[in-house]
Write a protein that binds this ligand. Structure first.
Ligand code: SAH
Length: 455
């Protein structure tokens, strides 16, 4: 979609009002402005020994059934219910394996909170708003968003808001519960209950935890996925003289307790189904799970209304080999000590767009720098700095801003992509009748994807 100057000019007076109301508030005392240091112990910190159980489990599997796909390897390593990396660890933060934007600065979540409210208003202020977050980490993003909601309580007057978290990790769901409900949540006693934990925020908003999106009830929803799609399993393929072949993970026959990559001698179901006929690259990564997930989200948006914001490092169908591991903030060999390091791959937004089809409108991807600038991060920084006289806190604020915005850091590596109900971008209907001129107003532009003017 091309955003024209008319849309820019009329960009949400309402959104601007929302932003300026949020911006009046100083640094939130409970939301650290720097890396949210020492909020909780990182269970994986200092753990350097490989977990033999994961390697053993994979070795047994490969011995029994032959080499496994990279997708199966990634799924097992990250989300195996017993030994998976995400299932057993709390890996986020300066002492863990990686750090994310919501952990770097409260401003990130605040601006996303404003985006959500602005989209809810753009959808005609439905009576119920389900905020659905996929992979909520420590719960910091949701907590910053909900703080904006409570600052703008009067805007949401008459709307019942609920929070729905999709999380594979029991360890992290406990951390999220502590952040969001102060530890007053309860776990379900039945394994079959789609809601495996439930609680209430101090403001009385209900919070529900699910293992997968299918379990989240239908209803108008805004979906947020920050650094979630990059953790979903990818298939990797290589172009060979005989055609496309899938890369597999096998036991290394020459080294004890080591795995290695091999290329499948013949086509696999994935190599036959997932490579686009017009593909030009020689190595390709395809996240089929990500494709299915965006289709599920689109279907929900079509049926119940709503929007989705997906933010991750990624590309538009141009990159080749991005599969990598992270341990202690350093790159880590993906096949070494499986289960002790994060595994990740850049999100291919062009593939997601192809999978979405035409049922919903897609915006972006745009860079994080552009999205946050358009959402008014500079004005928010000004207010925070104006209200802060403590030298170290000011330095921390400036450092965090640089981390989020600097093109060399997260500013251009992270991309924002949105799915919207088509009605959101359609011109509002005026009464029927004889008219010589079409003077219907343009739809409100979507925050973040176009500039907000603070005149
Ligand atoms: N969004 C957070 C955390 C990112 S880390 C942030 O930006 O700080 C990835 C998160 O997704 C973790 O909470 C992890 O446990 C969760 N996760 C990873 N794979 C998942 C899956 N297949 N299903 C549900 N949650 C998953």
């Amino acid at each position: 979609m091309i955003i024209n100057s008319r849309m820019r000019a009329c960009f949400g007076v309402k959104t601007q009002q929302l932003i300026s109301r949020v911006f009046r508030h100083p640094v939130h005392p409970s939301a650290a402005v720097g890396w949210r240091l020492a909020q909780s112990r990182l269970l994986s910190a200092g753990e350097s020994k490989p977990r033999p159980s994961m390697l053993k489990h994979l070795t047994f599997k490969i011995k029994a059934t032959g080499p496994i796909t990279v997708a199966e390897y990634m799924r097992e390593v990250l989300t195996n219910p017993v030994t998976g990396y995400y299932v057993r660890n709390n890996m986020l933060g300066p002492d863990g394996d990686f750090i994310t934007s919501p952990e770097i600065s409260q401003i990130f979540g605040e601006l996303l909170g404003v985006w959500i409210l602005s989209e809810w208003m753009g959808a005609g202020r439905p009576k119920h708003l389900q905020l659905v977050e996929l992979g909520p980490g420590k719960g910091s993003l949701a907590s910053d968003i909900l703080r904006v909601f409570s600052q703008l309580k009067s805007v949401l007057d008459g709307c019942s808001v609920s929070l729905h978290l999709v999380e594979v990790s029991p360890v992290l769901s406990g951390v999220q519960a502590q952040t969001l409900t102060g530890g007053s949540s309860v776990e379900s006693s039945s394994e079959d209950d789609p809601v495996f934990r439930r609680g209430e925020t101090s403001a009385g908003l209900p919070v529900f935890w699910y293992r997968c999106l299918e379990d989240v009830p239908a209803g108008f929803s805004i979906f947020i996925a920050h650094e979630f799609f990059d953790a979903l399993p990818i298939h990797t393929f290589q172009r060979t003289p005989k055609g496309w072949r899938e890369v597999l993970v096998d036991i290394d026959p020459d080294k004890q307790n080591r795995l290695r990559f091999v290329v499948s001698p013949s086509p696999t179901p994935a190599s036959s189904a997932l490579i686009q006929p017009e593909e030009r690259r020689s190595h390709v990564e395809v996240c089929a799970d990500g494709g299915v997930l965006v289709q599920q989200i689109s279907q929900r948006i079509i049926e119940d209304g709503g929007a989705a914001l997906i933010a991750d490092y990624g590309h538009d169908g141009t990159k080749t080999d991005t599969f990598r591991g992270f341990k202690g903030h350093r790159l880590h060999d993906v096949l070494s000590s499986p289960g002790t390091a994060d595994l990740t791959a850049d999100v291919d937004f062009s593939f997601l767009r192809t999978m979405i089809g035409g049922g919903v409108a897609c915006l972006g991807p745009v860079t994080q720098k552009m999205f946050l600038k358009n959402m008014g991060i500079d004005a928010r920084m000004e207010v925070l700095l104006r209200n802060c006289s403590d030298g170290p806190t000011r330095m921390q604020l400036i450092r965090s801003y640089d981390m989020l915005m600097n093109p060399e850091k997260m500013g251009e590596r992270f991309l924002f992509f949105s799915l919207l109900h088509h009605s959101r971008l359609a011109k509002p209907k005026k009464s029927e009748g004889m008219k010589l001129e079409d003077k219907r107003p343009a739809p409100l532009p979507v925050g973040g994807f176009t500039e907000i003017s603070f005149s």
